[in-house]
Design a protein. Structure first.
Length: 248
């Protein structure tokens, strides 16, 4: 069904929910001017993923990795939350038990006003030492001559790279939020990145109502009770509308 056809029943379930968990992927930030992860351009055109987003790539060429992440962070800083991000922040203020688990590292949910955000794949607000865990804020390009830390380790982006596990505490919190939720909404994610996709496909409670918001069919679509086809910025503001009669 298209977004308009599905909005009324989806909104009704959302209005009745006391616990909501939202899962977001890079698609929600496209309308903020950020490309999806694999469409990031720049260094992606001449370097393989593993050279830029893995412990092995960082060990091999930390200056290259930091150059790319500095470019990404600068793009993130220029971006602004769109109507989809703002709608989720509005929804959080209305729901007693609300959790937002995101695969994004752009901080746009926080900038939109969301509070209970689980950044499953990390963020670009800090660097951390890969040996002792020391942290330092990222307020501009990371000084490439300061990658080496006094402890003998190296400062790296605070990102979960390919081949690394998700932070245990965040992952446990996400599992618990999904299990107790009355409604789970997946927004702008392809559903192919694990283990995050399993939150929607295998870890939801048996009575949980599932909604997907996406411009096109994804790997999550067969697991959704309702799929609302459209962009996050166009669908989410209407989905969180509190007037039951709107859009049919």
């Amino acid at each position: 069904m298209d977004a308009v056809d599905g909005l009324a029943p989806a909104r009704a379930r959302l209005l009745a929910a006391g616990s909501v968990c939202v899962l977001t992927g890079s698609g929600i930030s496209v309308e903020s001017g950020l490309p999806t992860f694999r469409g990031a351009g720049g260094l992606w055109r001449t370097h393989r993923v593993e050279e830029l987003a893995s412990p092995e790539g960082f060990a091999r060429d930390p200056r290259l990795v930091w150059t790319w992440y500095d470019e990404r962070r600068a793009v993130h800083d220029r971006a602004k939350p769109n109507a989809g991000h703002l709608a989720l922040a509005k929804l959080e203020r209305r729901v007693a038990d609300f959790t937002l688990a995101t695969q994004n590292v752009d901080s746009l949910h926080l900038r939109a006003g969301s509070q209970n955000v689980l950044e499953l794949h990390g963020h670009l607000r800090e660097a951390r030492c890969d040996r002792c865990g020391a942290r330092r804020p990222l307020e501009g390009p990371f000084p490439l001559d300061e990658i080496e830390h006094a402890c003998g380790g190296r400062f790296r982006p605070d990102i979960v790279w390919f081949g690394e596990g998700l932070p245990a505490a965040l992952w446990s919190a996400a599992i618990e939020a999904v299990a107790r939720a009355d409604v789970v909404i997946a927004v702008g994610t392809s559903g192919v990145v694990q283990p995050a996709a399993s939150l929607f496909t295998h870890l939801v409670g048996s009575q949980t109502f599932t909604i997907e918001v996406n411009p096109e069919t994804s790997a999550l679509s067969p697991h959704a009770d309702i799929v609302l086809y459209g962009t996050a910025a166009s669908v989410l503001p209407r989905l969180v509308e509190t007037e039951r009669g709107k859009d049919g």
